[in-house]
Design a protein around this ligand. Structure first.
Ligand code: SAM
Length: 272
């Protein structure tokens, strides 16, 4: 039975014993830093009655810590090859259900309301995984490791380089915060990028707004063009766009990146 998992030697030993190699294409960078592990768990603020969804348990390093604090953990892992090693590391975690499958296809309606998502996400699918989790309405909190650039886009305020569609979609559902940056040395094998630990506190009862999201996408279609130009290219009628901008008191040369979520909602109403 493996006692400590957050060590490069242990990860290598486990992978070796099960004749495995970390699969780069699946974003397999295993966490080997006990301090970061502690901070993920703290940021998740788990109560004993919580259900936690973990996408990509890997070798179970985070899974075991979550299981100690929550009522149950559902851990969805895509890589079938890892399952025997995971069964070994989770042998004492009786409240964990390992599901073999794609986290992007997992039926989130199976989870109780106010669940928590906690994960060291596979970076290549992190954005759609988070967007899908937010839209599901099943979570009160999402705590995850993700590539630093993506984290910055999630938390960005209007005006900055990183601000865009993702910032606005996240802001629609949640209050976002970067808890800390995480160096590549916290993982084995180390990824080529710096990571960040992100915490999203989800507002209750917020449904997706497809009309608003389409407007946001349209507004940012060509980043260097004005909002007005982008809306015209998207097919909005010129008189309506002119009237809406004037109602909001916005200059015709303004770009989408200058507008916060509240202004996009006002624009949505003015364009109707
Ligand atoms: N949680 C482990 C840790 O912190 O050491 C592993 C994290 S590793 C960054 C990402 C994990 O996600 C890998 O185990 C990988 O196989 C898994 N994975 C990749 N794509 C996935 C998907 N679409 N659905 C579920 N798991 C996936």
């Amino acid at each position: 039975m493996v006692t400590v998992l957050y060590s490069p030697a242990v990860v290598r030993e486990l992978l070796g014993r099960y004749s495995l190699q970390a699969d780069k294409a699946l974003g397999q960078n295993f966490l080997i830093d006990g301090n970061i592990l502690k901070q993920i768990v703290e940021a998740a603020e788990l109560a004993p009655s919580d259900t936690v969804l973990e996408i990509g348990p890997g070798l179970g390093v985070l899974t075991r810590e979550l299981a100690v604090r929550a009522q149950q953990v559902i851990a969805v892992e895509l890589d079938r090859r890892l399952l025997p090693a995971l069964a070994e590391t989770l042998v004492d975690s009786n409240n964990v259900t390992v599901v073999h499958g794609d986290g992007l296809k997992y039926d989130l309606t199976q989870l109780p309301l106010a669940s928590v998502l906690a994960a060291n996400l596979p970076y290549h699918v992190a954005t759609p995984l988070v967007a899908r989790a937010l839209a599901s309405g099943r979570f009160k909190r999402l705590v995850f490791l993700v590539q630093k650039e993506v984290a910055q886009r999630m938390v960005a305020a209007p005006g900055g380089e990183a601000y865009g569609v993702l910032s606005l979609i996240v802001a629609h559902f949640a209050t976002a915060k970067i808890v800390r940056d995480v160096p590549a040395a916290a993982f084995w094998p180390p990824p080529e990028v710096t990571s960040s630990l992100v915490r999203l506190a989800v507002r209750p009862h917020v449904a997706p707004d497809p009309e608003l999201f389409a407007l946001i996408h349209d507004g940012f279609r060509h980043r260097r063009k004005t909002l007005k130009k982008n809306l015209l290219l998207a097919g909005y009628l010129p008189e309506r766009v002119a009237r809406a901008l004037s109602t909001l008191g916005l200059d015709e040369r303004i770009r989408a990146e200058a507008l916060g979520l509240a202004q996009f909602k006002e624009l949505q109403a003015a364009l109707r």
